[in-house]
Design a protein around this ligand. Structure first.
Ligand SMILES: Cc1ncc(COP(=O)(O)O)c(C=O)c1O
Length: 331
């Protein structure tokens, strides 16, 4: 099972942008066994330590994650018989809690927000620190600061470069812990490749120093700047709103039959903004971190979309290509 992590398909998307233009290729990370790119991060942070004996039968893995990373960690911990305690909060979907329990993880739910900030994340992290300090042989992967999280993605980038015969002119990758982008960027810089790296962040995320605002779509964006982030990891940053994310996800289905997660929609929205600057003979790689199956009650629910944004289905049903000003009007 663990051998199925990585080597995901790179598919050409020929109908995403109107007319002839650059080659657009999407790395379909939903093909990992746990359903997302975070299988790679989980493997990167656990496998070498397990194989070297640093983590063994008495070890207890403790992490705060509400989704993809938790699933990746849970499946590896189950495989090696390690105990895994996952601290989640009330916003974690029932589906993800059920997947985690099915994989044998112990799910601890934090209900009360921090009394000073009203945020749940600090309470979750405080609980993880408490568990890590009090349980013998506890290991906290700490994805936001762990270099093993980014190092594993040097391989993700290598797969893309090899599939495109060494020519990747642009890379678009969503950011949260920054593991994916940092690892890809380290590979690109070290190999001397001439790839322009575009980080795709959420409006309301603090990663690149903007003020924190409430966000609806999980996956990309973060309320803090991760330790893995560096000043040189990206050449440009594009911030994408929840609305743009939803519209681009729906468009991906309309145009390419790809049921993708929210951050993949963000990457597509960023590409669309950026497209006029991309030469027609360029190769563009997009990383699609997960599938849309975890977003059926939000992005792919007409009721949910209407309740948050009003009636906007014309933005993806339109025969005309959707341009950025159309998003702005809808806002
Ligand atoms: C769906 C999705 N997209 C994007 C990301 C961001 O990836 P990274 O943490 O490597 O920056 C994550 C991280 O959890 C994710 O779950």
């Amino acid at each position: 099972m663990l051998g199925a992590i990585g080597d995901t398909p790179l598919v050409q998307l020929e109908r995403l942008l109107p007319g002839p233009g650059p080659g657009i290729y999407a790395k379909m990370e939903s093909f990992n066994p746990g359903g997302s790119i975070k299988d790679r991060s989980a493997a990167g942070m656990l496998l070498d330590r397990i194989r070297s004996g640093e983590l063994g039968p008495r070890s207890v893995v403790v992490e705060s994650s509400s989704g993809n990373l938790a699933i990746g960690l849970a499946q590896i911990c189950r495989y090696y018989g390690l105990r895994f305690i996952c601290v989640v909060d009330a916003r974690t979907t029932q589906r993800n809690r059920s997947i985690l329990r099915a994989l044998g993880a112990e799910v601890e739910i934090v209900e009360q927000p921090d009394p000073h900030t009203g945020e749940l994340l600090p309470v979750r992290l405080a609980r993880v620190r408490e568990l890590a300090a009090s349980i013998p042989y506890a290991y906290w992967p700490n994805q936001y600061a762990n270099p093993l999280n980014s190092r594993v993605h040097e391989h993700t980038m290598r797969e893309i470069v090899e599939a495109l015969d060494g020519r990747v002119d642009y890379l678009f990758a969503a950011v949260s812990s920054c593991g994916t982008l940092r690892g890809c960027s380290d590979y690109i810089r070290r190999s001397g490749l001439n790839t322009r790296i575009v980080a795709v962040d959420a409006v309301g995320s603090a990663i690149f120093g903007n003020p924190v605002m409430p966000r609806l779509i999980p996956g990309h964006g973060a309320a803090v700047r991760p330790e893995l982030a560096t000043a040189t990891m990206a050449d440009e940053v594009v911030h994408i709103s929840d609305l743009e994310c939803v519209v681009s996800c729906r468009r991906l289905i309309q145009r390419e039959s790809v049921l993708a997660g929210g951050s993949s929609g963000a990457v597509v929205a960023a590409l669309e903004q950026y497209a006029p600057r991309i030469p027609a003979d360029a190769n563009v790689a997009l990383i699609f971190p997960d599938s849309g199956t975890g977003y059926l009650d939000t992005i792919y629910s007409d009721e949910w979309v209407t309740s948050h944004f009003g009636e906007i289905s014309h933005l993806w049903n339109s025969k005309e290509p959707i341009t950025f000003p159309a998003y702005q009007e809808a806002l």
